[in-house]
Write a protein that binds this ligand. Structure first.
Ligand SMILES: NC(=O)c1ccc[n+]([C@@H]2O[C@H](COP(=O)([O-])OP(=O)(O)OC[C@H]3O[C@@H](n4cnc5c(N)ncnc54)[C@H](O)[C@@H]3O)[C@@H](O)[C@H]2O)c1
Length: 380
């Protein structure tokens, strides 16, 4: 009798390395065993054994993984355009699925996935896992559950970099910085504020040619975006993203409420704590990162937990809504017209009592002198 989940991994590219690290840890804990690996590129045949430190039969055809009766769960780490098809086939074969973002690059495929998953017992886990981070959850508890900064009126997210120099698919239809990067911000902002009603965006191609995998290629999709989100009740968000941002030193996410402001530091996939202004306290307080070891491959462990009976916090309906937002942003940018959305999702079922808020560090507004005691009082 074993609690090990037998997993097949499809796609052994750059992101497989951090996943393999998590898999080795979970294997040592007796929770997972990778029994198959697959990549269309035969040159990746040794990646499984090399990074997992044990043999895992390899094939170049993902059907071999899906049809293998030993495989209970399929982890899909391929380039994005392949996600939808493989996810659907794996669900139809009765497997649990963890799919990297996005679950699909078009709505029809995503609708078929939702239909399949909702009529089965299989678990569908859609990256990214930003809602799992202890810092995300602490902000949720303070702002959404306890209302510490009042009613939220404005929100901001940003995530970008200069762009990958591997994987030409990033610059072709089904790629681009919204599916690759903004997806984190959009998942986090909707995870806090709920579904979006309307989307508009401006986007363009800032770098028409790039060198990728050592070859100069033409960029076929937008690489530079400003996206506007309407949450209803006069609450608006903006997401800045692109393969056009060299560096920044700004919070990943900001929420502006009627009684204060909260900012997640670092990135939403790698938080470095948060800082909060409340009118009551009249000062900024900085909260240290709660769990610096938390990492963005967290959906893998969450899959094991949920298969074992835990409440699922990463909802497929949330990922579906995020996909609708992302596709609407592209349509808005192409047509100049604001897009109405139709999908929605339920609030995330966090266990409020289990969410730790972290100790408060000294106030960093030097004009206001407060003692630790004042801060603890304000903490309640
Ligand atoms: N690179 C990152 O930092 C990062 C971080 C988080 C998530 N992701 C996501 O992870 C996924 C993979 O990204 P990556 O950077 O590893 O890309 P990559 O191009 O390095 O790797 C993708 C791998 O999938 C293989 N592949 C493509 N189609 C396949 C198919 N039909 N069957 C089997 N194998 C197939 C490719 O040969 C390649 O080895 C993407 O969805 C990406 O959005 C990437």
């Amino acid at each position: 009798m074993t609690d090990e989940l037998r997993v097949g991994v499809i796609g052994l590219g750059s992101v497989f390395e951090p996943y393999a690290e998590s898999m080795r840890r979970l294997r040592a804990e007796g929770r997972i065993r990778v029994v198959r690996t697959c990549d269309v590129n035969p040159e990746r045949s040794d990646a499984g054994e090399r990074l997992l430190a044990e043999p895992a039969p390899f094939s170049t055809d993902y059907s071999d993984v899906i049809s293998d009766p030993r495989v209970e769960a399929v982890v899909i780490l391929t380039s994005m355009p392949a996600h939808g098809r493989i996810t659907l086939e794996a669900l139809r074969a009765g497997k649990h699925v963890l799919v990297e973002k996005p679950m699909s690059v078009e709505m029809a495929g995503a609708e078929a996935i939702m239909e399949e998953t909702e009529k089965r017992d299989s678990v569908l886990m859609c990256a990214p896992g930003v809602v799992l981070s202890p810092t995300f959850q602490a902000i949720w508890k303070r702002v959404i559950h306890q209302g510490e900064i009042g009613r939220i009126h404005l929100a901001r997210g940003r995530y970008g970099w200069s762009g990958p120099d591997w994987g030409q698919w990033f610059y072709r239809p089904g790629g681009g910085p919204v599916f690759d990067l903004a997806v984190y911000n959009i998942t986090a902002l909707t995870g806090w504020l709920g579904p979006v009603r309307r989307v508009t965006a401006m986007a363009g191609i800032a770098h028409p040619r790039r060198v990728v995998d050592g070859e100069e290629i033409e960029v076929e999709v937008y690489d530079n975006y400003q996206i506007l989100l309407d949450f209803g009740d006069a609450a608006f968000g903006v997401v800045t993203t692109g393969f056009t941002m060299e560096r920044y030193r700004s919070p990943a996410l900001e929420l502006y409420g009627s009684e204060g402001t909260i900012q997640m530091l670092g990135d939403d996939w790698a938080p470095e704590g948060y800082e909060m202004w409340t009118n009551d306290l009249g000062a900024w307080a900085v909260y240290e990162e709660i769990d610096p070891r938390w990492d963005w491959t967290g959906p893998l462990e969450h899959l094991l937990d949920v298969v074992g009976g835990a409440t699922q916090l990463i909802q497929p309906r949330h990922a579906f809504h995020v996909l609708e937002i992302m596709l609407a942003a592209d349509r808005a940018a192409a047509t100049g017209a604001t897009q109405d959305l139709v999908s929605t999702f339920d609030p995330i079922a966090f266990d409020v009592d289990s969410i730790y808020l972290s100790g408060v560090a000294p106030v960093h507004d030097r004009r206001i002198i407060r003692t630790e005691e004042h801060l603890r009082e304000a903490e309640g």
